[in-house]
Each structure stands twice: as C-alpha cells, then as structure tokens.
Design a protein. Sequence first.
Length: 479
Amino acid sequence: MELNSVKECVTETSVLIVGAGPCGLALACDLARRGVPALLVEQAPALFPGSRGKGIQPRTREVLDDLGVGDAVREHGGPAPVGMIWQGGERMGEHHMFRVAAPTDAEPYGEPWLMPQWRTQEILLARLRELGGDVVFSTALTGLAQDTDGVTAQLSTGPVRASCLVAADGGRSTVRRALGITMTGETVDPAPMLVADVRIAGDALDRLNWHMMSGEAGYLALCPLPGTPDFQLVAQYKDGEPDTTPEGVRAVVAERTHLAAEDVTEVLWSSDFRPRAALADRFRDGRVFLAGDAAHIHSPAGGQGLNTSVQDAYNLGWKLGQVLRHGAPAALLDSYEQERRPVAAEVLGLSTRIHRGEQERGAAAQQLGTGYREGPLSTGRAGVLEAGDRAPDGPAGDRRLFDVFRGPHFTLLAVGTDAELPEFAGEAVRVHRTDACEAYGKGLFLIRPDGYVGWAGEDTAGLAEYAARLGLGPDLRRC
C-alpha cells in the first residue's frame, strides 16, 4: 500500500479522514499515536456546537481512557441524574432511566456518563493536538476516485492523495453518496423531534433531576448537562413541525412545563430530526471505509450512536496501523466490516426497541458485552474467556490490567500459568505475567490494541500463525 506519486496532488497522506465528529477525531487520535500520517478535514468552520450525543457508555469510557483522555472525561462529565416525572406542574415521582452498577475489578465503569457532544469533541481535539495532529476546517470533499494503489480526493482546498479514506462525515455522508452505497432502515417514530441547548434562569428548575413532562402534544425533557450551566431540551411533536428559532424553543417550554418563556434566558443551539434507524449495505468500498453515522444511523434513545461510532474508529485504527506501517496483509482490513457491521445491526435494533419502550436501558446498552466471537480474527479459548471477548480489567501487581494494555501495542497476557512465552522484538507486543485473575481464569491471551481477546490458548501452539495474520510474524521469536 505504498503511496504513488501523483504530480497534480498538492497533499499526500496515508489516511484521509472526512468529518471531525467524535468518530473522526477518535480515529485521528488513534492513528497519530501509531505514527500513521492522517489528514482530518471538516466541512464546517468549527466543531459541532451542540450537545446531541451526550451519553458516554461504560465501554466507550474504557476506549477514551486508552486514548489518553480518561481524566478529562471524568473532570468534565458526570453521572446521569435521576429522572423526575412532572404532571400539571407537580412532581409525580422519580424514574430511574439507566442500569447503574457498582464498579468491579473487571468493569471499572458501572454507569453511563453524561457529557455534551461538543465537550467530547473538544477533549478529543485537544488530545489530537497533543499528539501532533489537527483538523483542517472549512474543507469539503467534492469528489473522489480510486485505483489499486490509493484514493485521490478532490477537496475544496485542492486534491489529496491517500492510501485510504475514512468517511466519518455523518448520516448525510457525502462520501457514502459518492460511492453509491445505500442504507437500509426504517422510521423509528413518525413524530418529529426538537433538540436544543438552553439556559434557564436562577432557581426556576433544579439541576438534580432529569425533568420529564408528557402530554397530548408529545413529551418534553430537560436534562442538566454536567460541567456546564446548560440543559438539553428534547421535545416530541405529535402534530406540526418543530420551530427551532429561539422564540419557538421558548414557546414549547412555556406550553408544556410550569416554566415561563422568559425563564429560558438563552437558546445556545437547536435542531430538529425524525428518529430513524438505518444501516449501510456495506462498510467498505475498495480503499474507502464508512464509520460512525456514515455507516449507521440510530434513534437517540439509549445513547448508542456516538458510542458505536467511537468504537468503529477504535476497531479500524489499529488495523490501518498494522497494514500501513507494520506490513500486515491487506486482508486484515476486510475484518473491519466483518466485525463492526454485525455489531452496528445489533445496536440499531437495541436503540429502536428502547425508543419504542420495548426494552429498558439495561446492561446491553453499556456495550460491555459487545464482542467478536464469530469474527474472523478470533481464535481459541482459555480459562473463562473465548477469543473475541472484551478483555476485562483486573489487578496486575501494583497496577491494573488496563494500565498494562493502555497504548497502541498488543499484549500477550499469561494468567496463572508458567507456560514458556515467546520473545517479541520492539514494542509491537508486550508480554505480561500475572497471578490468577477471576475474570480470565488460567491461560494465555493475546489482547488486541482495541481491548479484545484475539487469540487464547493453554500454550503457544498456533500463536505464531495467528500473529503473522496481524503483521506480527517478523517480530516473533522462539514460537
């Protein structure tokens, strides 16, 4: 996958990422720490300004921690407040919306974390800049062409030549449409929705609860956004269309709550949408990959869209790194669609059922059980884990296993066994022994850079063949 020299191109890079939302930013961070040159472009003049994807699920918190922003997420976010049901201006009682579990050794994050999408993006952009990258704003994709060696993209600022292109440009993806990839889906709810970020005067509404009102016109919710003075407003319209002007936002608040229009002191951002679920018919076309909302569109119920998008990036990033920098077979990139599309389909169904009240926001929404057991990169079983399972956290001497895994490397983990281990050259694979760990049982586990068990066994038989598929073969000794 060497880049070809193209005279008319003004820019060359290994990966061109189109779209600087959470997915594109997470991918750019992951590639930057792997030393993979990437150009991240965004059509808008600045980052998305709204709160839309505000829920960070436990699995995504693990991902963000690995990318180096765990402390910032803890600082700027907070737990979801308990819901409060209102009727006729009176409090009717609490409603617990999410599954909340105490942290454990294996699962250090027990509950969803709220943080407005704009803050998540700011945190990821700051991390990207720490790693030497940045976003090129006000830059639109206007066309693309592929050949056997790469992609030539026409941007509003000039042409770019890249080995691969990743479309992270949202539900109305320009890249997806240019490739002619269709999406199959359904309308989850025919009623249009309004979402807005607002500020409310003084003590007019407390920030201790997620306030929920329902009526004949449709429901309305006001959720305090941690780390900000703002509330996210979501309103359903059973009749008519949402008015996204500040006056329209104030009017719906006055109509459906005990608040007066003037209690809404500022309308910072607003938008309308119709809840829809849709899945791209394929996630890859040659050297172009779809990720995030460009590949799957969710109902906001259950807080799955942003989370699934970030995890797309996390899955794709290490594979691009292995192929473009470490000589792994190009076939490794086929596993992106093979692993992520079934997950996206499953999560889409979950989001739709939650929206329609057919399923609670339980353990499945936290995505800790998401895995790739049936995927093409999953080989073997040891202890209590099967290849494709999420690699749990746990004690590792004076550290945690997640501390051992953190970074762009693979980890060969030996748990409760004195089996002879191979040597690895360089930093591509780090070897770690630990005593018995309940979440693993006894055995050898090759942990992928995205925190999943790739290979498992009681001894090293078959490890060398597996490692070669991932571009690790030349580094492996005595195996």
